[in-house]
Each structure stands twice: as C-alpha cells, then as structure tokens.
Design a protein around this ligand. Structure first.
Ligand code: NAD
Length: 540
C-alpha cells in the first residue's frame, strides 16, 4: 500500500425524519410504489458480469404474501467456482491500486447512497425485509454510508501505524491483503451489515465472494449495483445467491480461501468454523475468521431507574424491527418496587403500537422475516402459554394470513434461568424476571450467568454506585454496555459494535479492529549502510 491521504474523521450521516410533508417522505413513497410495481431480475454478479440462470427464485415481501418483488438467480457449483476464480483473477489489479484509489470507490458509493440512491436502498429494505421508514433510514442509508466512510478513515489510520526507524535503517509495515480470497456471508436483518461485510475486506485490498441472505436479496442486489456504479472493478466482489450450505461447501474447500467475514446465527457460525477446521490442511494460509453471531440482550433496572426512560427503552429496544436486531433486549431484570406501575404503563403504551405494512407510515412494526421465523417465534409463545410458571403480560397474537405478523409480547417468568431468559428468540417477545429490591447484587450475578451469549446489555439507574456495580459485575457479559440507554442502535465511529462469548469474535465492525483482520502485515527493513566486515569489536 502506498502513502495515503490525511483524512479527518468523517461525520455520521444525518438521519432524515420522514415527517409528513417532508421531501424525503414523498421521494420514498414514490420509490416504494415504483419498486412494488416493477419486479426485478436479480442476477449473480461474477467478474462484473450479470448471470441469470434457471431456475429463478421469487423475492417476496414478508408483510404481504401476494406481492412478488422479483426473482433471483441461484448459483450452481460451476458459478461458485467461477466466482472464486474471478476473485483470484482480480486480486493483482486491485492491489496495484493505492489504498486511496481503492478508497475512492467506496467514498463514491457513500456519496451516491447519501444522495440519489438513498431511497432506492431504503425502499428495497422496507419491501423485502419489512422495515419501517425510520428503521430503513438508520440502516440502509445512514449506517451503510457510515461504514463506507469510517472504514476509509480507519484504514488510513491503520496504515499510519508504522514501526520505528533508526539512523541508517528504514523500517516499514506494508499492509498486504490476505493471501487468497475472502468469503462474506451476510444476515437478513441489516442492509448495512450486508454492505459492510464484503466491502471492508475489499477496501484493504482483498477480493471477495459474497453470499447474502435469501431474505434480503433485493437490498443485496441494489448494493451490488451501487458499488458497480461507484466504479468497483470487475471481480473484486462477486455476488452469489443460492443454497447456503452447497455454496459454503465449495468455497470452504478451495485452497485459496483466506478469510470468513460472517454475521448470522451462532449455529451457522459454528458449522462454518468446524468446516474450516476440517479443511485446514488444504489451505495455503490460516484463514481469518471474523464472525458476529447471536445474542440474548438485556435491560437491567435498579430501583433508582427513571421509569419513563426505562419503559421507552423496553419498547423501542425490544420491539422495533420486530425484535429482530441482534442487539434487541429480550430479557428484563426489574425491581419489584418499579414493576407494578411499569407494567401498567407498558400495557397502555403497547396497546397503541400499530403493526402492519411498513409502507403505511403510522405502523411502528412490520412483519417478521419469513415462515421459519414466524414458526420459531410463535413456538416460544406457545411454550409460554403452556407453562404455568409464565404469565403473559401482553401480546401473543399472531397471524400469517396476509404476512408474518406478531404483536409485541411481554412474559413474566418465575425462573430467571427459564428458556425465555436464555435462548435467542429473535422476534418481538421479551421475558421479564422481577427481583426483590434488596437483592440487586445477586440479581446482577444471575444476569451475568444466565445466557451463553455476550452481545449487548443496559443498566438503568440514577444511583452512581448501582451503575458502577453493574459495570463491574457484567464486564464479561457483553461487548456493548449501555448506561441509561437502550442496548440497540450502535452508531459507527461512536459505539464500535460486537460481542463475545457465543455472540462472536468481537472484532467490532466499522472500527480499526475489524480492518486489522483483513490485512497480513509485512515488515520491511531497509539498511542504507549495511556492515561490510563480519568481525565484532569485542573480538579485537
Ligand atoms: P442465519 O444464520 O440464518 O443466516 C446468516 C447467513 O448464513 C445467511 O446468508 C444464510 O444464508 C447463511 N447460512 C444459513 N445456513 C447456512 C449454512 N448451513 N451454511 C452456510 N451458510 C448458511 O442468520 P439470519 O437469520 O440471517 O440473521 C439473524 C442472526 O444473525 C441472529 O442470530 C442475530 O443475532 C445474528 N446477528 C448478529 C449480529 C452481531 O453483530 N452479532 C448482527 C446481526 C445479526
């Protein structure tokens, strides 16, 4: 890599409001109508070429089964091999470009997304992933723009990290890409993550095979088009849709596989990791594994908590995007002294929440992502209904007639280690355990030990000592800790995001820590005055 431009830290992309009468709202409505009435054919993109092949699979809206948004191509083994080959062919050319030249592609993409492409990606995210306008805006517009700009800034800083040079000797670190291609496997729930996982390694000089979620094909299609419009050279990122297991099998058995950039469930990450372990003898290097996975995030309230702030955090954190954020709090630890009044106000507030088609801007929630998610989440609701130790405080209604709709649910449990308090449900279902006020420390310890995950958590307290105790007790329990705020909504550059334990490798997306994983530093010592006599002075 060559010397790089000096960059100041970028600012976070401002979040538009979509208030009635705003120009952005009018533009978004137009784009929603256009995309809903113009089905796309989403190809594979291999070596910059669009590949459409039979059979195509339908792309549908989770909130309206009758809407067909288009169809996407499905990769066969030959396409996966070609995608790998294209990535390997593109490596040398991509690496001949300086970091600044590569960065320019992604900065251009950020500018396009901030301007003319904004509503294209927002509408795709609303239609195919059932996000409301504000949820799409903070994801497919703002967070993705931030990832693109902040990665360039952090990449520049990383290159400035150089060793000492002494008189007559110059030492340098050359930030090489990994010795092969990177496999990016992305989840349905954040368009920004889908965009970040292939582009962060590419910025650092790697070439990529990208397999998006089958539930987010439309936004993946538009991200790929955006990157091409921004000047991404052919073959740097190769997009393949299709059977996740078969594609992964081909990719992970290729000797040139050098890194996995994954976000998704813990089970899938563990399966991929196992496969990589089995294939180790085939590879020409030890592959990097960056995997962010499941969570069982919590809100913990101390008796001194502000009840209004607490209630708002529970509603926004637990139910926005139908509880399908990896950081969404789905277990609550509440003191008995606050519980009765909080229960009453939560019931009143939640009764006002509208669930439905995100194109209706008065809806606070859309549908859950698909049939399997609907079954899994309603399965947990059935479990709670059958279990006499659980009390349904509100919610539990669901219908998959028109779309996959589940109303927000809150379940009080007697057992703090109940499955509802430890397993990832990934839907609008929150469990609450009520502790005795004088057992605060013990309750914190229960929280620390309940779930195998370690992603996000929040403490609500006005008492400074209570905050301190929570921070100390929960130090290893979460990768992102919030004080008097909901545990969702991490902002790139402000709260580097990632969890430990079974929540992932904690490489903090959109931060310098993550970029470090996509380079293999080479140290170069250059001697301007090498010794010309092999004898040492001590021998004289
Ligand atoms: P998922 O694990 O079902 O799918 C993720 C990706 O893996 C998709 O591209 C999918 O097609 C692929 N995949 C599925 N089965 C596979 C297999 N057998 N082999 C290879 N690839 C396979 O996850 P999802 O439902 O898309 O996303 C939700 C999950 O992601 C939740 O568990 C959530 O907590 C997690 N998540 C974590 C973070 C984080 O930062 N920790 C962020 C977002 C989402």
């Amino acid at each position: 890599m060559h010397a790089s431009l000096e960059l100041n830290p970028p600012s976070n992309e401002p979040v538009l409001t979509y208030a009635p009468g705003s120009t952005e709202r009018a533009a978004l409505i137009r784009e929603l109508e256009r995309q809903a009435s113009t089905p796309v054919e989403a190809p594979l993109v291999i070596g910059g070429q669009a590949v459409l092949c039979e059979p195509m699979r339908d792309i549908r809206a989770p909130h309206r089964h009758s809407v067909r948004l288009g169809a996407h191509a499905v990769a066969g083994a030959q396409h996966v091999d070609r995608a790998i080959q294209s990535a390997m062919d593109a490596r040398a050319g991509w690496n001949q470009l300086s970091f600044d030249q590569r960065a320019a592609v992604f900065l251009r993409a950020a500018e396009l997304l901030s301007g003319p492409w904004r509503q294209r990606l927002n509408a795709a995210t609303m239609l195919n992933q059932s996000k409301t306008a504000p949820q799409a805006e903070i994801d497919s517009a703002c967070e993705l723009i931030d990832f693109l700009r902040f990665n360039v800034y952090f990449g520049t800083k990383l290159q400035a990290e150089q060793p000492l040079s002494t008189t007559g000797v110059r030492n340098r670190i050359f930030y090489r890409p990994l010795d092969g291609f990177v496999y990016a496997v992305t989840p349905f729930n954040f368009t920004a993550i889908a965009g970040n996982l292939p582009t962060a390694p590419a910025l650092m000089g790697n070439t990529v095979v990208w397999k998006p979620s089958p539930h987010a094909v439309l936004s993946a299609h538009h991200i790929m088009q955006l990157l091409m419009e921004a000047g991404l050279p052919d073959g740097v990122i190769n997009l393949v849709h299709g059977d996740a297991e078969a594609i992964s099998e081909s990719v992970l058995s290729n000797p040139a596989f050098a890194g996995l950039h994954f976000t998704g469930s813990t089970t899938v990450l563990q399966g991929l990791w196992r496969r990589i372990g089995e294939n180790l003898p085939r590879y020409r290097c030890y592959p990097r594994i960056v995997g962010e996975s499941g969570g069982k995030d919590f809100i913990f309230a101390h008796p001194s908590a502000d009840p209004l702030a607490l209630g708002t955090a529970i509603i926004r954190g637990g139910y926005e995007y139908q509880g399908q954020k990896c950081s969404a709090p789905s277990r609550l630890y509440l003191p008995r002294s606050l519980w009765k009044s909080l229960e009453k106000s939560l019931c009143e507030e939640v009764a006002q929440i509208k669930v439905g088609d995100p194109a209706d801007f008065s809806n606070f929630m859309g549908a859950v992502i698909g049939k399997d998610a609907f079954r899994k989440i309603t399965g947990y609701l059935d479990l709670a209904a059958r279990d006499p130790s659980c009390r349904m405080v509100f919610g539990g209604d669901s219908s998959d007639e028109e779309g996959y709709f589940i109303r927000p649910a809150l379940i009080e449990v007697q057992d703090p280690k109940h499955r509802l308090m430890s397993e990832e449900i990934f839907g609008p279902v929150v469990a609450a355990w009520i502790y005795q006020d004088d057992r605060y420390q013990q309750a914190l310890e229960v929280c620390e030990q309940t779930s195998p995950y370690g992603l996000t958590g929040a403490i609500f307290a006005r008492d400074a000592q209570a905050v301190e105790l929570a921070q100390q007790t929960l130090r290893s329990a979460v990768g992102n800790f919030y004080v008097n705020d909901k545990p969702t909504g991490a902002v790139v550059g402000q709260q580097p995001f990632g969890g430990s334990r079974l929540s992932g490798t904690n490489d903090k997306a959109g931060a310098i820590f993550n970029l470090l994983r996509w380079v293999s530093p080479q140290t170069i010592k250059e001697n301007f005055n090498p010794p010309r006599d092999w004898r040492y002075a001590s021998q004289g």
